[in-house]
Write a protein that binds this ligand. Sequence first.
Ligand code: MN
Length: 212
Amino acid sequence: MSFQLPQLPYSYDALEPVIDAATLQVHHQGHHKTYVEKLNKALEKSPDLRDRSLEEMLSDLNSVPAELRTAVRNNGGGHYNHSLFWIVMRPAGGEGPRWDIGRAIDEKWGNFSNFRQEFSELANGQFGSGYAWLVVNADKRLEAYSTANQDSPLSDGKIPVLLIDVWEHAYYLKYRNGRAEYVQNWWNVVNWEQAQDNYQRALRESRSPVKV
Ligand code: MN
């Protein structure tokens, strides 16, 4: 069994004008597909890992054989993170969080605006490639932080709820070096229903929101 590139739940032009079709297509069919292919290639050498899910391996990288650990961290992380990134966006999203997640954000940050500011600062401040995340931590509390490269919160014992990809490949065609403008516009395509589902599952089952 090998890992597969998931279909996007919308068309390539569905997130226009925030994310242009050309960027989304190369991001999905180029970058994400390459992570999947490299991960599968690396795991060919170790058929005994086939029984383990990617979520399990990312949650316990030390249990992955040393010669495969970097491939799982980078290409496995790339596959996992992108699979989640696609579903936390939707056309005409961005109305803001309600439900449990909205209340939990208000409790932690005072209001949505404060949260959005901190999350945006994390996204803009991530040096080089990486992600900003909203996660549920080991204490079952919401937390915002950022990771480098394709590192996953699962490897830090945290369960992802929401993420923004701030690799240049996510925005450079349209925004050039304007990461802050990309981050600001991205709030208009956030799928808060999905973030709410992710949050509830993290509290209820301590489980990753996607299985890839
Ligand atoms: Mn990416």
